[in-house]
Design a protein around this ligand. Structure first.
Ligand code: KIV
Length: 273
């Protein structure tokens, strides 16, 4: 651990993320959905833990994130919050809970904050839901925006390819980022957009920009834990760096256990009462 923030055991806050941007220190962010993994990730020194609605994909096996319910994200949020002492914990607002009805969105946001005890929320979308976001921030709930590829809008896009390659969409993305900053978001996640555009937005706004598939010119990086640990080996987009091949490690361990049971090697005398 080389950087100051990792040696600093104080709780990470939205304010400290802004300080990190200002002094050029990169922000680390990773998803977690359960107590055991959140505990390991927090103790390893992660700055931000995201209870992402990607739980729908990697925990529940659904094809999109759309089926995630408010009760399910709360379950994951509560499990993570029981483990985390230092990282800032961000919980995703699931599909349909923040979609153009500010009072309804506020109710959902309050429910998630109250029942999980999380630090902040993340919301996908820009101009179309800006009044919802203002209402939530106005109630004292810190919000991280999410622009670029927004998985909750997959049925609108029809594909998970890189967003904002054309000028019109890039211009809208820049204007949405500025709107989110003006509305009071403390940070924005940018997903799967050209690195140059992400760098431009990072310079234009004063709040931290966290990228996933958005190149190196942003203030921090986020990955889905199952992807970076190589648990799911059928998902290998260009932007992903796999730090382990847990799929192989777990498969070998499970096969070894099966073989020990079958051969009556397990349990032995020392493993018996
Ligand atoms: O749900 C999630 O894991 C996310 C990341 C892809 C940023 O939103």
């Amino acid at each position: 651990m080389s950087t100051a923030i990792q040696e600093d055991k104080r709780k990470v806050t939205t304010h400290r993320l802004k300080e990190m941007k200002d002094r050029g220190e990169k922000i680390s962010m990773l998803t977690a959905y359960d107590f055991s993994m959140a505990s390991i990730i927090d103790q390893a020194g992660m700055d931000v833990i995201l209870v992402g609605d990607s739980a729908a994909n990697v925990m529940a096996g659904t094809v999109t994130t759309l089926p995630m319910t408010i009760e399910q994200i709360i379950y994951h949020g509560v499990s993570v919050m029981r483990a985390v002492k230092r990282a800032l914990v961000v919980v995703d607002m699931p599909f349909g809970t923040c979609s153009g009805n500010p009072m309804k969105s506020l109710d959902a946001a309050i429910q998630i904050m109250k029942e999980t005890g999380a630090d902040t929320l993340k919301i996908e979308g820009g101009e179309e839901i800006i009044e919802d976001i203002k209402k939530i921030i106005g109630a004292g709930i810190p919000v991280m925006g999410h622009l670029g590829l927004m998985p909750q809008s997959i049925n609108k896009y029809g594909t998970y390819t890189v967003r904002a390659k054309e000028k019109e969409e890039a211009d809208k993305l820049i204007s949405d980022a500025l709107l989110l900053e003006e509305a009071g978001c403390y940070a924005i996640t940018l997903e799967k957009i050209p690195a140059k555009l992400a760098g431009e937005i990072t310079k234009k706004v004063s709040i931290p920009i966290i990228g996933i598939g958005a190149g190196p010119q942003v203030d921090g990086q986020v990955l889905v834990m199952h992807d970076m640990l190589g648990i799911n080996n059928s998902f290998s987009p260009k932007f992903l760096r796999k730090y382990e091949n847990l799929n192989e490690i777990i498969t070998n361990a499970v096969k070894h256990y099966i073989s020990d049971v079958k051969s009556k090697d397990f349990p032995n005398e020392r493993e018996s009462y």
